[in-house]
Design a binder for this molecule. Structure first.
Ligand code: C5P
Length: 232
């Protein structure tokens, strides 16, 4: 499994997305399509970005009854994405159903990773809103283990949790980590951040980088800097 930099294409239209991607005339970056862009443009945006030669992480975070997730994953698999995800909170049975739906007739499937607890959820809101009394770190690790038992390939987590996830679930269990910032860059609304080099050091398999690249004066140079620090 290769380490790679995934650019979060958090745009609200195909036009803005292609204006951005057109700048990359050399190496075609792995891109993340999230809910905003997918709901704006539908499956055609996935097909078009794929046609242009990019790998795609479709970040739709499914969470529903197992049967619905299984059938929806079958549709996403036919879209030929490279990676997609769901909420581990949907239970182990839902995650197993997702794997079934995602697996094509020839036995291949996109990578499937789980969101454990969103980084926007803190211990206080877990206790108050969800009636979960355990420390958040324990919940994250338990959900990661559930994902592994269900046969998933890894989790989305903070780069600060990546080392622990590997300790508990093995080196081959992938960690996909947002919250990455350059040492001399803007942190923005992210709270717990790491540089690409630190994320590499701690064992992240993929870093997801949005604004440090999309809002950079020279996005291609910012992307190449990420690749240099994280992959090379
Ligand atoms: O612009 P920035 O680098 O902060 O973008 C990070 C991307 O990763 C965004 O698409 C954001 O939604 C996503 N993400 C995150 N934290 C999580 C899960 C996903 O920042 N826990």
């Amino acid at each position: 499994m290769g380490k790679d930099v995934i650019i979060a294409c958090d745009f609200d239209s195909a036009e803005k997305t292609f204006a951005f991607l057109d700048k990359f005339t050399g190496r075609k970056p792995f891109v993340k399509i999230g809910m905003e862009l997918y709901y704006a443009e539908g499956p055609s945006i996935v097909r078009e970005i794929k046609r242009r030669g990019h790998k795609i992480f479709l970040d739709l975070k499914l969470h529903d009854i197992p049967n619905t997730v299984k059938k929806s994953m079958a549709v996403l698999s036919r879209l030929d994405v490279d990676m997609t995800n769901l909420h581990a909170a949907g239970t182990t049975r839902m995650m197993e159903a997702a794997i079934e739906g995602l697996t094509r007739e020839d036995g291949t499937r996109p990578l499937l990773i789980a969101v454990t607890q969103l980084t926007s959820t803190d211990e206080e809101s877990m206790r108050r809103d969800l009636l979960i009394e355990k420390p958040i770190a324990d919940v994250v690790m338990h959900y990661a283990e559930n994902a592994k038992i269900a046969g998933l390939d890894g989790v989305v987590c903070s780069p600060l949790e990546a080392g622990k996830v590997h300790e508990r679930c093995g080196e081959k269990f992938m960690t996909v980590t947002p919250g990455v910032r350059f040492a001399d860059g803007d942190v923005g609304d992210q709270k717990r951040v790491m540089t690409p080099a630190q994320a590499k050091e701690i064992g992240s398999d993929y870093i997801v980088v949005g604004r440090p690249i999309t809002a950079a004066e020279d996005p291609v140079a910012a992307y190449e800097r990420c690749v240099r620090e994280f992959v090379d």
